[in-house]
Design a binder for this molecule. Structure first.
Ligand code: MYA
Length: 203
């Protein structure tokens, strides 16, 4: 179940870690989560907590209030291999083409998984400079997909990544993507500080 942690900022703001199975997750989503979570046992992989703050600040893809209606996902990071893997179930609020997921919702998850993966090489805050997606097959609403991202190259503040999205059984490639993330310079970080939460929860 989602776990409640308290942010250091103020006690009444509950910070809930949603990157855990809940009753809205299908058996397929739960099974893939447990397979991926097993990789954290030997320390190669780390599950990235997915915080929903009850206060005023939320990460967009965590903020659909009713469980199961939007993005339900967990991301795992492998720092040594500079990779990230995500299991994601797309709820009914994300409909684009009838009974299928909006391409922008798939792009959101690609942006988030690749952005999280970029933390393997970039320090501090980074932003998406470029995101290119090839949509190979429509994604059924309510289905579960697996996102696999890796860092291909780093040049100073720039990290170049690639990713692909498969069906839950891995048999079908739904999308492939490339991206560029740019780490904010010290000067930009100073300016961005006022937007960052005081507590340690990144997501
Ligand atoms: C472990 C903890 C995990 C926590 C996870 C939490 C969730 C995380 C996931 C959430 C993720 C969500 C993420 C989101 O949704 S981020 C939201 C969407 N992105 C933005 O809003 C970014 C808007 N753009 C900018 O702010 C600036 O343009 C940036 C900061 C990107 C660069 O402007 P800056 O003034 O700083 O630097 P620069 O212009 O000198 O560029 C620097 C270098 O980059 C090269 N360049 C730039 N653009 C492009 C381009 N399009 N193609 C190719 N190259 C490009 C450029 O040539 C230069 O190269 P070089 O001359 O140095 O060689």
């Amino acid at each position: 179940m989602a776990r409640q942690v308290n942010s250091q900022r103020n006690q009444e703001e509950a910070v809930i870690d949603l990157a855990w199975p809940n009753e809205a997750w299908s058996d397929v989503t739960k099974e893939i989560f447990h397979q991926l979570n097993a990789g954290t046992e030997n320390g190669d992989w780390t599950r990235h907590p997915g915080y929903l703050r009850t206060g005023e600040r939320r990460l967009y893809c965590r903020n659909i209030s009713e469980q199961g209606k939007g993005f339900e996902y967990a991301i795992f990071i492998n720092k040594r291999e500079q990779r990230a893997t995500c299991v994601c179930q797309f709820g009914p609020y994300l409909e684009g083409p009838p009974s299928h997921v909006h391409g922008g919702a798939v792009a959101t998850m690609l942006d988030t998984v690749m952005g999280t993966c970029a933390y393997n090489v970039l320090e501090g805050f980074h932003l998406t400079a470029n995101l290119n997606i090839n949509y190979k097959k429509p994604v059924r609403l309510g289905s579960t997909a697996i996102f696999l991202a890796k860092v291909d190259k780093q040049e100073n503040r720039k990290a170049y990544l690639s990713a692909y999205v498969t069906s839950a059984d891995g048999s079908t490639t739904l999308c492939d993507a490339t991206s560029l993330f740019v780490q904010l310079s010290q000067e930009q970080m100073e300016k961005a500080k006022k937007y960052l939460p005081q507590d340690s929860h990144n997501d």
